[in-house]
Write a protein that binds this ligand. Sequence first.
Ligand SMILES: [Fe+2]
Length: 481
Amino acid sequence: MPRAPRSSLPQPLFDEPVFAQGRPTPDPTRFKVPHPSDAALYRRIQALLYEDVVGFPRSRAAPDELYRLATALGPHGPEVDADLRAFGRIVFHMVGDIGASTEGKYPGEIRVSDRITQDCRLAPPDDRPQFLFLLGDLVYDFGEARYYYDQFYDPYRNYPAPIFAIPGNHDSFIVPGTPPSETPLVTFQRNFCAPEPVVTPEAGSLHRTAMTQPGVYFALDAPFVRILGLFSNALEDPGVISSQGGEWKAIPDVQLEFLSAQLTRLRDERFEGAVLLATHHPPFAYAPPVGGPGGGGTHASSPAMLAQIDRICAETGVYPHAFLAGHAHNYQRFTRSIDFAKGPITVPFIVCGGGGHDVDPLVQARDGHAGVEPANGTDVSYLDPDPQVAAHGLVIEHHDDRTYGYLRVTADPRTLVLAFHPVGTGAMPAEPFDRVVVDLASHSVRPGGAPTPRSSPGRAGATPRRGDRPARPTRGRSGQR
Ligand SMILES: [Fe+2]
């Protein structure tokens, strides 16, 4: 009897969310769907990339409502939640800009997805990452449904845990002439904001079910951590989270209401865990001072977006412990010093956009002058000229614009640790390239989380991570059946 087309299969196909193939499957070696160059299209629509924003629907959840990790996990959520609380900490991954827009970029994306997946499979239970949070730009060049399989589902087919995402500009910009039913955010929401954990057409023959986050912006609540994810819209630059007083008429102001409600909730319930704020566009991206040598990278800071966030933080009296972003295809870590509420705090602002699409230099030649990379610890307060909180210093602590890489984040009742792991062609490094520790009680970067000296390119001679043993089978979480 001929098999029914997927669209006619009963959904959900499974009785619980599924996050990976039952057995690890080999790396893809090439795209299933040919992906022609979009260079001509880029040239035609170049100006639109800086002027066309997109609307988006209000989240299914109320502004102050939480989307819990246990909900995403399905029937085994309470069991995993209890395990994590018994371990006394949670570990997870964050990275942006994973999509490979050409087959030539595919090995980069696969190396990162393999390394992240390997981390889950090698780590001992109390150190095993519990989810991946993607910081946007999943599918290039314009979030086409036909490329979701090649650029998302196939590379991450063996990642054995939930994958959440906020959309980036490449997941949302609408190429003129695109039918409303095929606009990128419609596809993104079908695959990440589904009401139920269905298998979507984009997953092809793979088992991963759609994520059930309530919208393109949402508050992910997990043991020891809460992540507020905002959609910073479709422009190449800057990031925009609201209409900005009517300037961007297509953008609703629902995220301002959401952010205010979530920060108020954190305050009122005296949340003691780590609070992260994630946007695709970075509040700070390095560029030399005006008149300095050379120019900045390919993406700039988003000061107006940060100003809106800062004002809401000031109104509610709650400031995140760390800001995470992608968009710039490299790694950058800043520390911002602020006087806030009860006293001085220091906050990491991290860009981690080397997830596979590309690795771009931090600085470029300009007007005949070569770009000069900043030394670690350089004051870059000029990138924060009009702060809406009592900011008094911004320092670029570290950067890596030579290798792909991802963040491994650990939160426990006392600390938040953000560690950048580069992905070269060598073995998995025993230590991260950069690591910052935030003390939650003092809301400050703890001295001693100092950068690890860079080893030789490719980190040759690196040793495998600890726990070189098979992962403990976890029922219902890896789609094993
Ligand atoms: Fe981007």
